[in-house]
Design a protein around this ligand. Structure first.
Ligand code: HEC
Length: 257
């Protein structure tokens, strides 16, 4: 039995196989006696060995570099801004532009990506010329360069405009602390609406930091509660000095150790 007999190996999918032989079409496999090998088990064994090398390589990488995990997903945290992996950032960025978002969401989500990927899929049928040099295929080359440039630009825009500091904050793993919700300090936090930003568990969320393990003294916390800090507005605390002291000592005592 001749392996591969009668099979035509065509180097370029756009060139239909023809009966009269062209110089760039390789010879039939049966013309290389003794140079073929059995698919099973010879060829498959080699494939599996290469696969195993990559698998072990990836396993070593995952052990050497711990995955950048964030805290457990919280569906009630509406301030959380999710970010796709880097290879989807260009599609993510597209959805931020006026005519690709809001009422025009379908444009950014379906029409533009659909046209681009549809054209890529149909490229072998649309561009049927036998020419292989990029310079002789201006339309195909031009659209490809445009697509690559757009992808690079959108990815870069997305990285440049993302609020990485807030992202690091919102996903920070905060040690679980059993908070005594019956304590007077906690009731004061609720009464002064501190929990509306810092969360009922005081674990923060979105741009708001956790109030656990702040490392701040009661005096510093009292000052922040009255005068604010950074993005926290001043005048949040509206009780008496006595209550402020209780509240500040309560937060100061919230440690995970
Ligand atoms: C409108 C939302 C909001 C409210 C309400 C709010 N905070 Fe804040 N708080 C923030 C934000 C945002 C920050 C981070 C400020 C920054 O560093 O830019 C912050 C920071 C803090 C910090 C410092 C945390 C640290 O680790 O540095 C403390 C302490 C604090 N808040 C206490 C309180 C208390 C007490 C109350 C209630 C009296 C309160 N906050 C109410 C938004 C809020």
């Amino acid at each position: 039995m001749h392996r591969g007999k009668g099979m035509k190996f065509v180097g370029d999918s756009r060139v239909p196989a023809m009966d009269h032989r062209k110089p760039n079409i390789p010879k039939d496999y049966s013309e290389y006696p003794g140079k073929t090998e059995a698919f099973w088990p010879n060829f498959l064994l080699k494939e599996w060995m290469v696969g195993a090398v990559f698998l072990i390589g990836f396993l070593c990488l995952t052990i050497a570099h711990e995955p950048p995990l964030e805290k457990i997903a919280d569906p009630s945290d509406t301030a959380y801004i999710p970010l796709p992996d880097w290879y989807f950032l260009f599609l993510y960025q597209l959805l931020k532009y006026t005519y690709a978002s809001g009422p025009y969401n379908a444009v950014g989500a379906f029409i533009i990506p659909g046209l681009a990927f549809g054209a890529l899929l149909l490229a072998p049928f649309l561009d049927r010329g036998p020419e292989r040099r990029p310079s002789k295929r201006p339309l195909a080359t031009g659209f490809m360069l445009l697509a690559v440039a757009a992808t690079v630009f959108l990815t870069w825009q997305s990285v440049a405009t993302h609020d990485w500091e807030a992202a690091a904050n919102q996903g920070k793993i905060v040690a679980e602390v059993d908070i005594d919700t019956n304590a007077e300090g906690y009731k004061l936090l609720e009464a002064n609406t501190c929990t509306s930003c810092h969360g009922a568990e005081l674990a923060g969320g979105g741009p708001n930091p956790a109030l656990i393990d702040t490392g701040l003294t009661p005096e510093e916390i009292a000052d922040i509660a009255k005068h604010g800090t950074g993005n926290m507005p001043p005048g949040m605390f509206k009780g008496t000095d006595e209550e402020l002291k209780v509240l500040a000592e309560f937060i100061s005592g919230l440690t995970s150790k």
